[in-house]
Design a protein around this ligand. Structure first.
Ligand SMILES: Nc1ncnc2c1ncn2[C@@H]1O[C@H](COP(=O)(O)OP(=O)(O)OP(=O)(O)O)[C@@H](O)[C@H]1O
Ligand SMILES: [Mg+2]
Length: 236
């Protein structure tokens, strides 16, 4: 059983399919890439998975349960963590305060948090931005803001992380460090679903990839397999 199963999901905007019968899965302990160009439907898939967008048809299963009709906050309470593409940190608060708020929000959501996840500075250190702890969130570089978003996401100690183009705005060294961190988080048993436009950027990080084009999954498999010949990769 997969940690996350997206089954035959359709989303339409004004009659046009943004997600068109998409079917894919993500496993615990693995990094799964959802790869596709701008407008392919990656963020819309994430919205369906996290509960912000109701699909026309199709199902989302998380941990063996059908969560298609579950509101977003209850999915988060069950262990889905999402880092957003358009960054939403509180600009007037410090980096540390932003993570503190995320910890408090999660505590409110599920009634408690594991002490390890409640250690704000440990979370900042884990993503490599402890030295920015006292900076205002609206004064930090974009790459740092992406890592702050990841720290906020980890505050919920999620079993599944949904990361929407987390490396955009990161330089090469930061991207490599992020890749190492994602491998570590997967090794802890978490499932990671990573939306990216460019397969080359994440090929060393992902165990499995699904290629999304015009809202449909056109290839699934190991990154090397999908890259060498999309048509030869296992069909979904
Ligand atoms: N709220 C909306 N209303 C109308 N159309 C939308 C809405 N959200 C997305 N779309 C359209 O749905 C399609 C898929 O968009 P989506 O944002 O999911 O793509 P994406 O793969 O995340 O792209 P990017 O890599 O640029 O983030 C696009 O054609 C987009 O214009
Ligand atoms: Mg997007």
């Amino acid at each position: 059983m997969s940690l996350l199963e997206v089954d035959d999901v359709v989303v339409q905007f004004a009659g046009v399919a943004a997600v068109d019968h998409a079917t894919f899965a993500a496993q615990s302990g693995r990094v799964t890439g959802l790869i596709g160009p701008a407008g392919a439907g990656k963020t819309t898939c994430f919205n369906v998975i996290s509960g912000l967008q109701r699909p026309v048809t199709g199902r989302v299963r998380f941990d063996g349960r059908n969560v298609t009709r579950l509101p977003a906050h209850r999915r988060a309470g069950r262990g889905m963590g999402r880092a957003v593409q358009r960054l939403e940190a509180f600009g007037a608060l410090s980096v540390r305060e932003n993570v503190r708020v995320a910890v408090d929000l999660h505590r409110g959501l599920v009634g408690w948090v594991r002490p390890a996840a409640a250690n704000v500075d440990a979370l900042l250190e884990r993503v490599g931005i402890l030295s920015y702890a006292q900076e205002r969130a609206d004064s930090i570089p974009t790459g740092t803001a992406r890592l702050l978003e990841l720290a906020r996401c980890l505050a919920g100690n999620p079993r599944l992380l949904l990361l929407d183009e987390p490396s955009s705005g990161l330089d090469e060294i930061e991207t490599r460090a992020l890749g190492d961190l994602l491998r570590e988080l997967a090794a802890e048993g978490r499932g990671i679903l990573l939306a990216e436009q460019d397969l080359d950027r994440v090929t060393g990080v992902c165990d499995d990839v699904h290629v999304l084009e015009s809202g449909s999954v056109i290839a699934s498999g190991a990154p090397s397999l999908v890259r060498s010949d999309p048509a030869a990769a296992e069909s979904p």
